[in-house]
Write a protein that binds this ligand. Structure first.
Ligand code: BES
Ligand code: MG
Ligand code: ZN
Length: 498
């Protein structure tokens, strides 16, 4: 953390003291000059004509005003143009970029004047969500993973005062956003932890330790239990590593009666070296985050429990380390999965779909209303969509619509991919029921089709390939430093929308 943040709902009135900063947005309009004059007058501050004119000038969109020389109070005025460049991530992204720039500025308080919804109606469905994106941006910009740095500083205190007419609304949003963001932080800490520390069993241990705080049941199927349940797909991929595989099963059952039971499945490969079909170094560097799907599931259930959401959730995370070694599984091997279906191994680097076979079969046995799985499954999906969207694969249109909608709202976007049955024939095997590798083209889709073999066809199911957006990338101010734990906000919004 850069700052020790404290959020406060403050109503309209601003008491602007020294060592403070204030941020206000102006929608670019003809009235800008008057608004600017009124604003400075209301704070009792004077601003030079030159500065004012520069801001009003078309080219400038920020005004940074230092309150008296040497005094560390800063006012940021930001002009917002509602043009093609504007999108519903604007405030989140802006604050995520601003927060790191405030370090060492001796600030004690940050005032934020929230805009009114009216001009932004096309981008936000409520003022609540607009304000939520501001709070998320601040929290995301404040996130650090610096536990292995020796020169880290103690975070400074910073009071964040949110100014909005209805302070009760803001108070409520502060409370819920803090729960969501603490889940994002927890998931991020998991994905950024090096695999030497975060082995499958350590992943399970941390998950249990955290989720037990909220009264959730967390079961860990160890090697013995996996054997008993004939989960040979998970066991086989895990064979090459001295770090034993396991499966994490989380259950959130609210006290009130619920209408829906949803299973969330997440790929939990704590390290993917590729196994004997070993990856080149350049492709291996990010593979500590190959458990991002699992981390997302943990995060979503943590937040859902804290928010007391009225939906029953089961989280299933098969956790393994994919390593080459004398005991590794090999191309040419055949695995009898828990479902009884056999899998021909053609490439040990297509390991995610293998472990998910057992997890999805177990998920189906829970007889839920729907199953959604998340996996950093294929480079092919990242090739297709880049890093700013995850691939959505499903035959259920209504489920797809709901997921896509939550994606656009949270800016953790999904893009629906074709999922026709024509792709299914591409992963036929001569010696087993299905092969874990198809032809070169359409690799993200054939991977999805492989998974389909293990899901009960009566249960609505969606597969989400997060290989692109889960890994750190330059798309915006809150994804470029650390692996992202993509999907936690998306799925909280999805669950809220039900
Ligand atoms: N974990 C990788 C996919 C991946 C790639 C995730 C890049 C994040 C960023 C997965 O296990 C894998 O290795 N997939 C192979 C599949 C291939 C062997 C069919 C790939 O994408 O190359
Ligand atoms: Mg792999
Ligand atoms: Zn993988």
């Amino acid at each position: 953390m850069l700052f020790k943040l404290k959020f406060k709902s403050e109503g309209d009135y601003i008491s602007f003291k020294e060592n403070s900063s204030l941020i206000k947005f102006f929608v670019d309009s003809d009235q800008l000059k008057n608004q600017l004059d009124n604003f400075f007058e209301s704070l009792g501050l004077k601003i030079s004509e030159l500065q004012k004119n520069n801001f009003l000038d078309k080219k400038n969109d920020v005004l940074t005003y230092y309150n008296n020389e040497g005094e560390p109070s800063i006012i940021f005025l930001k002009k917002v143009k509602l043009d093609k460049e504007f999108n519903c991530d604007f405030f989140r992204n802006y604050f995520a970029g601003l927060i790191p720039s405030l370090v060492n500025k001796k600030l004690k308080e940050l005032h934020i004047v929230t805009p009114i919804l009216e001009p932004f109606k096309n981008y936000f469905d409520s003022i609540d969500y607009l304000i939520q994106t501001i709070l998320e941006g601040i929290a995301l910009g404040n996130y650090t993973f610096d536990k292995y740095k020796s020169d880290k500083k103690n975070p400074e205190d910073l009071l964040v005062s949110i100014h909005f007419t209805d302070s009760a609304i803001v108070k409520r949003i502060i409370e819920s956003s803090e729960k969501i963001m603490s889940a994002v932080y927890f998931a991020r800490d998991l994905v950024n932890e090096p695999s030497a520390v975060l082995t499958p069993l350590e992943f399970a241990r941390r998950t249990k330790l955290e989720l037990q705080k909220y009264g959730l049941s967390v079961k860990i199927f160890d090697e013995k239990e996996l054997k008993k349940r004939k989960m040979n797909a998970i066991l086989t991929v895990g064979k090459g590593s001295k770090n034993k595989p396991c499966m994490i099963v989380i259950h959130y059952k609210p006290e009130i009666k619920t209408r829906r039971k949803i299973v969330l499945v997440g790929k939990g490969v704590t390290y993917d070296s590729g196994g004997l079909s070993i990856k080149p170094t350049g492709s291996m560097i990010d593979m500590k985050a190959d458990m991002s799907g699992g981390a997302l599931v943990v995060g979503v259930i943590k937040a859902a429990a804290q928010l007391k959401m009225p939906v029953e959730l089961i989280g299933i995370i098969p956790a393994v380390e994919n390593m080459p070694g004398g005991n590794s599984y090999k191309p040419g091997d055949v695995i009898i999965s828990a479902s009884g279906k056999s899998i021909e191994v053609k490439d040990t680097d297509a390991e995610g779909r293998i472990i998910l076979a057992d997890a999805l079969y177990y998920a189906s046995q829970q007889k839920p209303d729907e199953i959604i799985d998340f996996a950093t499954l294929t480079g092919a999906c990242a090739v297709a969509l880049g890093e700013i969207a995850a691939g959505l694969f499903t035959s259920y249109d209504e489920l797809a619509e709901r997921l896509l909608k939550a994606g656009f709202k949270t800016y953790e976007r999904l893009w629906r991919m074709p999922f026709w049955n024509d792709y299914k024939s591409m992963i036929k095997s001569e010696i087993a029921d299905v092969a874990n590798l198809g032809p070169r083209w359409g690799g993200a889709i054939t991977a999805g089709k492989f998974l389909e073999h293990f899901v009960d066809e009566k249960i609505p199911w969606a597969h989400i390939d997060i290989a692109g957006p889960a890994i750190k990338h330059r798309a915006n101010n809150y994804t470029h430093k650390y692996d992202t734990a993509f999907g936690v906000r998306l799925m909280i919004e999805y669950l809220r929308s039900l």
